[in-house]
Design a protein around this ligand. Structure first.
Ligand SMILES: [Zn+2]
Length: 264
């Protein structure tokens, strides 16, 4: 990413209980938009009608129905290219993507790099470009996706890659889970001032029904326990919870993930 590259204009379309479908304005043609993870078609079509834009492409991070369920309905309205991971469970793909693949959309003024980030599912990818990360259910603000298919080691490596992206990268995740994630984060790392300040900001936003996203990599590296598995306080909390010595960040991650799965 070049320093002078303009930031993307991105807005959320809400779907289901807590999904965000992301709409990206095409920098080279404001009448066009790209959609990320359309779990439903109707709210996307309604937003495009409202904004007077046409859909130009669909990006998919993983095969779960709440991320791809709207693709057929959108294609019924306009035949646009569909980019997603190489996974037979995803129909209608125009191009199957893997690690390092580039998506070049010159007529839209958009380009993204594909990051292969398995863990939540085995074929999960993320899109990185223009200072923005579209990471589906891999990284959430102050949390991460559940391990439905992958291993803790895979997910831990995937999250490490995302945490090493430029600090100012805007993080567009697939769900509004931030408040509940911060409750867990602060329960295991109560002295984390950045996390408690963030929880107050998020509570104010959510009280007004404003999305907490996007986050940034800089903020996630401060508040997200799943990106902080080599932090002494996090490691000590995970070790105390497991009752064993945890010697490496991947086993700290595994303990945190199991702990969070049962956290209410
Ligand atoms: Zn998912």
């Amino acid at each position: 990413m070049s320093i002078n590259e303009p930031k993307l204009r991105v807005r959320p379309v809400r779907a289901f209980a807590d999904n965000y479908i992301w709409l990206i304005d095409a920098p080279a043609n404001p009448g066009l938009a790209v959609v990320v993870d359309p779990g439903e078609a109707a709210p996307v079509l309604a937003e495009l009608r409202r904004s007077g834009q046409s859909l130009a492409a669909i990006l998919l991070t993983h095969h779960h129905p709440d991320h791809i369920g709207g693709v057929a309905g959108l294609l019924g309205e306009a035949p646009v290219p569909v980019f997603g991971p190489d996974d037979a469970r995803i129909p209608n793909l125009s191009r199957k993507l893997g690690e390092g693949d580039l998506i070049e959309l010159p007529k839209l003024g958009l380009h993204f790099q594909t990051l292969f980030v398995p863990g939540h599912t085995l074929s999960h990818i993320a899109f990185f470009g223009h200072g923005a990360l579209f990471c589906g259910d891999t990284l959430f603000s102050a949390g991460c996706g559940r391990l439905f298919e992958g291993t803790a080691t895979q997910m831990s490596a995937s999250l490490r890659r995302l945490s090493n992206l430029p600090a100012e990268t805007c993080v567009y995740a697939g769900h509004e889970y931030t408040a509940a994630n911060l409750d867990f984060a602060l329960s295991i790392d109560p002295g984390n001032r950045a996390a408690s300040d963030y929880r107050a900001r998020v509570a104010a936003l959510r009280a007004n029904d404003v999305p907490s996203l996007p986050s940034t990599i800089e903020l996630e590296n401060l508040v997200n326990p799943f990106l902080r598995c080599d932090d002494a306080a996090i490691r000590a909390a995970a070790a105390a919870h497991s009752g064993t010595r945890l010697t490496d960040p991947a086993s700290v991650f595994a303990e945190l993930r199991t702990w969070k799965d049962g956290f209410r």
